[in-house]
Design a protein around this ligand. Structure first.
Ligand code: FMN
Length: 197
């Protein structure tokens, strides 16, 4: 199985450290034979979630939904805003749930304080939607980890991003493969049963 990984970049800041790190993970995943796509909220303007409104026919949302259904696994990248994920990321997570079930998620946070609460919050939302999370995330401290050209100068960070890419490919395939098998059989004692068409 060739795993398809969607990176979700939720900083609206030009030159975002988190988005740069996310691209590095996607590049590293491709070296492990993954296919990747990037969903960057700087280029796709999502409307504010309103449960009363169906956004299915919103032109930009069609592309987002296509990307979500295409993906077997995700990397979510958020800046640390007051110890929380960005509003753009939370708004994105509010829209979807079934699309996340049985898929594996990795996390990146750009923060001066490691961003552990930010990654915990993303992990909680994903778990609530029956997604699986890698048991760690990668935090980056932009001013220290990047030079003025936007290159990563921290070799330990490079290593961590490569580990994240490799683990997402390997564990993501296992989880997704089992989930697809479970929804294609008549086994009833699995959470996956409710996702059968
Ligand atoms: C509104 C706002 C709130 C922030 N709150 C925190 C914070 O609570 N803790 C922290 O370490 N950094 C905080 N920061 C700093 C950003 O997390 C930091 O600049 C990060 O690198 C931004 O990520 P990006 O480069 O991917 O956009 C905040 C920045 C903004 C604009």
């Amino acid at each position: 199985m060739t795993i398809k990984i969607l990176g979700v970049a939720s900083s609206m800041r030009e030159g975002s450290y988190g988005t740069r790190a996310l691209k590095r993970v996607l590049d590293a995943a491709e070296k492990h034979e993954a296919k990747t796509r990037l969903l960057d909220f700087r280029s796709i303007r999502m409307p504010m979630f309103n449960p009363d409104i169906s956004n299915e026919h919103h032109e930009q949302m069609e592309k987002v939904i296509e990307d979500l259904n295409w993906a077997d696994a995700f990397v979510l990248a958020s800046p640390d805003y007051h110890g929380s994920m960005s509003g753009a990321m939370k708004n994105f997570l509010d829209f979807y749930w079934e699309e996340f079930a049985g898929k594996t998620f990795g996390y990146i946070c750009s923060s001066h304080e490691k961003g552990l609460t930010v990654m915990d919050q993303m992990r909680t939302a994903v778990r609530q939607c029956y997604g699986w999370s890698l048991p760690y995330g990668v935090s980056i401290n932009g001013e220290e980890d990047f030079n003025e050209k936007g290159e990563i100068v921290n070799s330990l960070l490079v290593k961590r991003l490569e580990i994240l890419a490799r683990d997402l490919v390997v564990y993501g395939k296992l989880i997704r493969g089992q989930f697809l098998q479970d929804i294609s059989t008549e086994v009833s004692d699995t959470f996956a049963a409710r996702y059968r068409l």
